[in-house]
Design a protein around this ligand. Structure first.
Ligand code: BTN
Length: 268
C-alpha cells in the first residue's frame, strides 16, 4: 500500500465511522480521480440502489455544476463528493435549500446561502461563491417485498478549500480557508457528510418548511435588489414554505422556483 492508498483508506474509515450509524451499510469510497462523483453514483441506480453510497474524489476530469456548467477543482484545493441514496419525500421542493443549509451550518456561522443552494461568503453584490450543490435523481427498480419503482437521489457537493487561481467564473470565488485557515479535505468532509446525511433523512420526513427561518438567517439575498434571468427585477423578501424565492417586483409579489429562472444580485 503506498502513502496515497494508506491515507485514502484511513480517511475512508473515518468517514465510514461518522456516516454508517446514520445510513446503515453505507459504501464509502475515496478515489484519486473519477470523471464526476455525481456521474459515478448516478450509475449506481442501475447496479445496487438499495445500498447508500458516499464517494469523495481528489480530482474530477468532468466535474459538473448546475445549469450545464463545468465544476473545476484542483486536488487538495477543493472538496468534491457525492452522496447517493433512495429518497422518498412527500414533496421534493426545497431539497436543494435544505442541503445548502446543512452544509453551511456544519461549517461556519459566517457562510451565507445564495438561493437556491450556493454557499457564499458575504451578501448581495459583494458575495463570493465558496461552494455549490448539484442534485440529480434517477428512477430505479428495487426489490423490497415486491418490485417497486423508487427514486435514487445523488447530492453532489463542491467546496473551495483554498483560493482558486484564474477562473472565468461569473461570480468571484471564495475559499473556506478564509474562515478556517487550517481546514483540509478530511476534516471538512468528516464535518459535512454526516450533517448532510442527517439533513436528507429529516427532509424526507419533514420537508423544507421547518427550515425556513434558519434559511432566512443565512440568506445572502435577503432585502437585496436582484435581477431574474427572465428579465424582471425586484427585491428579495425571503423564501416561502416550499423554498421558492419571494421577490417583490413592480408587477407584484412573485414566488420564483429554481427550475424556472436563475437570480443574481443587481449592481447599484
Ligand atoms: C454548482 O455550483 O453549480 C454545483 C457544483 C457541484 C460540484 C460537485 S463536485 C462533486 C460533484 N460531482 C460533480 O460532478 N459535481 C458535484
Amino acid at each position: 500500500m503506498n502513502t496515497h492508498e494508506f491515507l485514502s483508506s484511513a480517511f475512508a474509515e473515518a468517514l465510514h465511522a461518522a456516516c454508517d450509524p446514520l445510513l446503515n451499510g453505507m459504501a464509502v469510497e475515496v478515489e484519486a480521480e473519477v470523471d464526476s462523483t455525481n456521474t459515478q453514483l448516478l450509475g449506481r441506480a442501475r447496479i445496487n440502489p438499495v445500498r447508500p453510497a458516499l464517494m469523495v474524489s481528489l480530482s474530477q476530469t468532468a466535474g459538473r455544476g448546475r445549469l450545464g456548467r463545468t465544476w473545476h477543482g484542483e486536488p487538495g484545493e477543493s472538496l468534491m463528493f457525492s452522496v447517493g441514496l433512495l429518497l422518498d419525500p412527500k414533496d421534493w421542493s426545497g431539497l436543494s435549500l435544505a442541503v445548502g443549509l446543512a452544509i453551511a451550518e456544519a461549517l461556519h456561522p459566517d457562510i451565507s446561502l445564495k438561493w437556491p443552494n450556493d454557499l457564499w461568503l458575504g451578501k448581495g453584490v459583494g458575495g463570493r461563491k465558496l461552494g455549490g450543490v448539484l442534485i440529480e435523481t434517477a428512477s430505479t427498480q428495487v426489490q423490497f417485498d415486491t418490485p417497486t419503482t423508487a427514486r435514487w437521489c445523488v447530492v453532489g457537493v463542491g467546496i473551495n478549500l483554498k483560493p482558486r487561481g484564474n477562473t472565468d467564473l461569473r461570480t468571484p470565488s471564495a475559499a473556506l480557508s478564509e474562515l478556517l485557515p487550517l481546514c483540509d479535505l478530511a476534516s471538512t468532509a468528516t464535518a459535512v457528510a454526516p450533517m448532510l446525511i442527517k439533513a436528507l433523512k429529516r427532509f424526507e420526513s419533514q420537508g423544507f418548511a421547518p427550515l425556513r427561518e434558519r434559511f432566512h438567517a443565512r440568506c445572502a439575498l435577503a432585502q437585496e435588489a436582484v435581477l431574474l434571468s427572465d428579465g424582471q427585477s425586484g427585491v428579495v423578501q425571503g423564501v416561502d414554505a416550499t423554498g421558492a424565492l419571494l421577490v417583490h417586483t413592480q408587477f407584484g409579489d412573485r414566488h420564483v422556483s429554481s427550475d424556472e429562472v436563475s437570480v443574481k444580485p443587481k449592481p447599484p
